[in-house]
Design a protein around this ligand. Structure first.
Ligand SMILES: *Cc1c(COP(=O)(O)O)cnc(C)c1O
Length: 367
């Protein structure tokens, strides 16, 4: 039924409450750490805040709905969600593939904490993911990959994983469920940071796991209970509050990204541009097949680090900050964080400003 609706309708519906007369249209956050227990010692759905919380569950059902999953689990950060899944799946003796060109702290975690436990960690770039899946037990793919914005063919990768019997986990942070639904393309689990476009106001850190295999989701839930990397209920409520406008914000961010990519592609000061929505981008064909929207990130390369700094200095709208997906257009020179990219490489995150204002601002800042 909800498949009939557009993104903004789904975002709004995902955060609604039951239409009971006199009840609030939006639910207040439930901040309790502990809950009343009955003398018959029956197990209530809420007993202690590390198990569950009514605000988490409301957020989790909204996230599951958007991802097309049976269930979702919230975490205190994207990294908390990803590492919980890796601890469940990557046991000693297994072979784990992680993106060589993806989010760098995932590689650090695999190298520093999983490899010493006897997990064989293999770092593979986006383009070679399918080949690497041939003898892996767990494949963690990221698409479009952060920061380079290459795209993995998820359907093909899922088929390769299925043939081998390996588990496919997809990091859906950059695309968001409004941009693509990896589970519908065959992924076993989705992991993501809700810190970025999904919450979109640069005011919280959160993450989630979504999936439809009951045993897998139960194992991830048990890991969350025992390790405790939980989301505070107030942050859960802030994510919910933001989710209702996610469709609207993401639509503008993608529109701004497309317009900026088109302008920068032919600009003499710009060495190269990557955006999956550009018809001549190397990833466009696969992206057009598996993505509903191409996302709010544009990757560019200028001549030098200094050229990137001058762009920010001369711009009236662009802010220099890490992370992405917020309402402000921002830029991050990734070499400063040791990403394997050129000195003049920058990841630009489009905000929700008016498109014409952004384009004029970039034009004058680059001239
Ligand atoms: C930001 C990010 C993460 C980590 O999320 P946090 O909420 O910062 O922990 C993981 N994967 C990708 C692709 C990201 O961009």
């Amino acid at each position: 039924m909800d498949g009939l609706y557009g993104d903004s309708t789904r975002s709004v519906k995902a955060v609604g409450s039951d239409p009971v007369s006199g009840s609030p249209v939006v639910s207040p956050p439930v901040l309790a750490s502990t809950f009343h227990l009955s003398p018959d010692e029956a197990e209530p759905s809420d007993k202690y805040g590390r198990y569950s919380n009514p605000t988490w569950r409301q957020l989790e059902s909204a996230l599951a709905e958007l991802e097309g999953a049976a269930t979702a689990l919230t975490f205190g950060s994207g990294m908390a969600a990803i590492t919980a899944v890796l601890r469940v799946l990557a046991k000693p003796g297994t072979k784990l593939v992680v993106p060589a060109d993806g989010y760098n702290q995932v590689r650090s975690y695999a190298r520093e904490y999983l490899a010493p436990l006897g997990v064989t960690v293999v770092e593979v770039a986006c383009a070679a993911m399918c080949a690497a899946a041939a003898d892996a037990d767990v494949v963690l793919a990221e698409t479009p990959v952060n920061p380079g914005l290459d795209v993995v063919d998820l359907h093909r990768l899922a088929m390769d994983c299925r043939r081998r019997g390996s588990t496919l986990v997809v990091d859906n942070t950059t695309a968001t469920p409004l941009g693509q639904q990896p589970l519908s393309l065959g992924a076993d689990l989705v992991v993501a940071s809700a810190t970025k476009s999904l919450s979109g106001h640069s005011d919280l850190i959160a993450g989630y796991v979504a999936g439809s295999h009951p045993e897998l989701m139960a194992a991830v839930e048990q890991e969350r209970l025992l390790a405790g990397p939980i989301l505070g209920p107030f942050e859960a409520w802030l994510v919910l509050r933001s989710l209702g406008s996610a469709g609207l914000r993401f639509e503008r961010q993608c529109h701004n990204a497309q317009a900026l990519a088109v302008m920068l592609r032919t600009h003499p000061a710009v060495r190269s541009v990557r955006y999956p929505g550009l018809p001549d981008d190397p990833s466009h064909q696969i992206a057009a097949l598996q993505m509903k929207r191409f996302g709010g990130l544009v990757a560019i390369e200028l001549d030098s680090a200094q050229a990137v700094h001058s762009l920010v200095e001369r711009s009236a709208l662009l802010i220099s900050s890490t992370s992405f997906g917020g309402i402000h257009t921002s830029l991050d020179r990734r070499a400063r964080w040791s990403d394997p990219v050129a000195d003049g490489f920058a990841r630009i995150s489009l905000g929700i400003e008016d498109t014409d204002d952004l384009i004029s601002d970039f034009e004058q800042a680059l001239s």
